[in-house]
Write a protein that binds this ligand. Structure first.
Ligand SMILES: Nc1nc2c([nH]c(=O)n2[C@H]2C[C@H](O)[C@@H](COP(=O)(O)OP(=O)(O)OP(=O)(O)O)O2)c(=O)[nH]1
Length: 142
């Protein structure tokens, strides 16, 4: 195995709050616009995936979040890229679609099919949801 052929990583967050998962609708590029994904983005040089995730969630959503657990697996995207997912806990702020997205939705586990996910995200979302804490809505504050 050689690093020269290693795919570059796109890191995405399964951000949860009170048993719900945050889904984000892409506004660009045209081939992805209108489809839903887990917020995140590409690693910058020298960044760990966790650092990239914290930065992307801050830039895209205006929130502070903490990576909790790597979701096992890796999902191929376009040529040369793979998607890795971390569950992430919201620490502060209310997510807003500041960059790359035009709508956000908090989905309960039984609402996951309500949005049109990017196809490559579906298996990642399924795997991530198994790892979310099963708080009941209203069982935690803040
Ligand atoms: N963020 C994110 N990107 C995904 C997901 N699924 C998926 O196929 N992608 C694709 C879309 C993009 O081609 C690529 C991520 O690029 P991005 O545009 O979000 O990354 P970025 O914020 O670092 O932006 P840039 O440097 O390209 O401007 O991965 C996903 O769940 N989250």
């Amino acid at each position: 195995m050689t690093d020269r052929v290693k795919a570059r990583v796109v890191v995405a967050g399964a951000l949860y709050d009170r048993g719900r998962l945050l889904a984000a609708r892409r506004s660009a590029p045209p081939e992805f616009a209108g489809r839903w994904e887990l917020p995140g983005g590409k690693l910058e040089p020298g960044e760990s995936p966790e650092e990239a995730l914290v930065r992307e969630l801050r830039e895209e959503l205006g929130v502070e979040a903490e990576p909790v657990e790597r979701v096992p697996g890796e999902w191929p995207l376009g040529p040369g890229y793979v998607l890795q997912v971390w569950t992430a806990r919201l620490i502060s702020g209310q997510p807003r679609p500041l960059e790359d997205h035009d709508e956000l939705r908090w989905l309960a586990v039984d609402e996951l099919d309500a949005v049109d996910w990017l196809p490559q995200d579906r298996p990642a979302v399924e795997e991530a949801v198994r790892r979310l804490p099963r708080d009941r809505p209203g069982s935690a504050r803040g």
